[in-house]
Write a protein that binds this ligand. Sequence first.
Ligand SMILES: Cc1cc2nc3c(=O)[nH]c(=O)nc-3n(C[C@H](O)[C@H](O)[C@H](O)COP(=O)(O)O)c2cc1C
Length: 184
Amino acid sequence: MRIGYIVGSLSSTSINRKLARAFVALAPEGIELVELNYKELPVYSPDVDGDYPQAALDWKSSIESVDGIIILTPEYLRSIPGALKNAIDWASRPWGTNSFNGKPVAIAGASMGAIGTAAAQQHLRAVLGHLNAPTLGQPEVFLQYRADAWDAEGALVDEQTTALLQGFLAAVVTHVDRYATVAA
Ligand SMILES: Cc1cc2nc3c(=O)[nH]c(=O)nc-3n(C[C@H](O)[C@H](O)[C@H](O)COP(=O)(O)O)c2cc1C
């Protein structure tokens, strides 16, 4: 099973990228986690629907090539970052070629604030619902970043958080497998 992950932050010091690295380190045997990269995408405009740029075609193909997707989103202004929304906009078009259609997705996120991206994740669920991407309901990962949960190399060292992420990954695999079975 190949599961893509999308880091919704372009920050070089992103805590959501740290979270992604923890997921990669904890991936169960037989599960490959691959990053889906959108940082070369320009700002979307419908003007190019008839002549999609190569970067956007590659982005759509990368989504379509994986069995399921985990989105690690920061919370910006109680919603998702504009760059992540822009990437999803590209994937949804041109009309009739929505790359998220039927794709099983799971959401997690880390923030500095106490609600741990809960508001952003609710917005993202609404977007994914519209795109017909079945989204894992439970468990939820609303991580409030604590520096002491990570070592100097950026590896997760907190046992409780590790157990939370392992449980989440197990649920993601079941979720992706269920939709793969339905689609077959
Ligand atoms: C434009 C902007 C808006 C933000 N809005 C929120 C917010 O609504 N809720 C929150 O908990 N943190 C907010 N933050 C703080 C982020 O949680 C923090 O920057 C976090 O490190 C972002 O994740 P990243 O490190 O993966 O980029 C905001 C940060 C920025 C730059």
